[in-house]
Design a protein around this ligand. Structure first.
Ligand SMILES: *Cc1c(COP(=O)(O)O)cnc(C)c1O
Length: 362
């Protein structure tokens, strides 16, 4: 049970990540009594009127928050963002065509690996030479590509594309860890996908928004469950969708919209990121791990020049109820994830702890 006495924990988890408290409360209620049906959301048909409204609202909210035109269809699928690494080339890469990829980290590399199995795949630019601590720029995009795949935010390394490439070919973007965190023109992309569990909802659902006019051109015989057109035709209910993660994602998007939408959260996210990066740059015991101009507003990565002090810092963060700050094993050090639902107050507490730590050990 949630009680008033529960200790406030500041949740910097990289994923699954923090969700708004009021969303969690509504979600918990729906598990017992959904829409006053005296039935749990978990035990009713996905084809019931009440659930169909959840699905319709979720899809409409995605279109609204991304500003998508009518030629876009929104799907909620299983299999995580990782299944999209395969479904994207399967649906967009012609048997005689070539796909282009920008390699900015582990997730992009995994997407490239799957695309290579499906067809001709070319890595157009990469930041692997510097352990993915920057975003490649100034590369030429061949006009013959079926699409160019980019990763807007690199969750592990803490880099983020600030300016999307002007592309002569359709852009496909993995927005798993920064979707709805800043204003983008969704219509600049042929396809956007995002696993829900970073910034949109709980694990188990993956959102795909696709320009329908780009589909059905591969020359490939398609397996039904991997075919976007089959899911579009079924209104994202070709098979039983992940009903609960979609419901909680819908509530989270509604929370965002009701509070002022992406323009509102973008300002707060900028404030949170500025607050933390300013402290990292000021504090003699910490140093950022990425190129400054490519710093992510969602995942802030930093290390200690004196790693022997890590245990002392861990003690202080634990005392202050700061959770989820351990860096990814590929980068080490620390990673503070500042997803939409994380309040500025939590960042302020982290900064106070960093300052107290410096006073004691510098
Ligand atoms: C977490 C993450 C993924 C993988 O998501 P799954 O849902 O676990 O498959 C892919 N891309 C990015 C950018 C991520 O942050």
């Amino acid at each position: 049970m949630l009680t008033k006495e529960m200790t406030k924990v500041h949740n910097f988890s990289a994923g699954p990540g923090i969700l708004p408290a009021e969303v969690l409360k509504q979600a918990a209620e729906a598990c017992i009594n959904f829409d006053n049906l005296n039935l749990s959301l978990l035990e009713i048909s996905h084809r019931s009127k009440n659930y169909e409204k959840v699905m319709d609202d979720a899809r409409a909210l995605v279109k609204e928050l991304l500003g998508l035109n009518d030629n876009y269809k929104v799907l909620f699928l299983g299999g995580g963002a990782s299944l999209q690494f395969a479904m994207v080339p399967y649906n967009l890469l012609r048997t005689e065509g070539t796909a282009g990829y920008i390699n900015t980290g582990v997730w992009a590399s995994k997407a490239i690996k799957e695309a290579k199995i499906i067809g001709n795949t070319q890595v157009i630019a990469s930041s692997e030479d510097k352990k993915f601590n920057y975003i490649p720029k100034g590369y030429e995009i061949p006009a013959n590509l079926d699409y160019l795949h980019i990763t807007s935010n690199n969750t592990i390394y803490g880099t983020q594309i600030k300016q999307f490439p002007k592309s002569p070919v359709p852009l496909v973007c993995d927005m798993s860890s920064d979707i709805f965190s800043r204003q983008v023109n969704g219509n600049d992309f042929a396809l956007i996908y995002a696993g829900a569990q970073k910034n949109m909802g709980p694990a188990g659902a993956t959102m795909v928004a696709v320009d329908e006019t780009k589909l059905g051109k591969t020359g490939r015989k398609m397996l039904s469950m991997l075919d976007y057109q089959v899911h579009i035709k079924g209104d994202s209910m070709y098979n039983t969708p992940p009903v609960f993660p979609i419901y909680v994602s819908m509530l989270t998007m509604k929370w965002l919209k009701d509070n002022g939408g992406v323009a509102w959260i973008e300002k707060i996210n900028q404030q949170k990121a500025d607050t933390l990066y300013n402290e990292i740059d000021r504090n003699s015991l910490f140093v950022g791990t990425t190129a400054k101009e490519d710093r992510s507003n969602m995942n802030v990565t930093f290390v200690m020049p004196k790693p022997e002090l890590e245990a002392e810092f861990d003690k202080l963060t634990k005392e202050a109820n700061l959770s989820g700050l351990r860096g990814h094993r590929d980068v080490g050090g620390y990673r503070a994830s500042l997803y939409n639902a994380l309040p500025l107050e939590s960042v302020n507490v982290l900064v106070e702890v960093m300052q107290a730590f410096e006073k004691k050990f510098a």
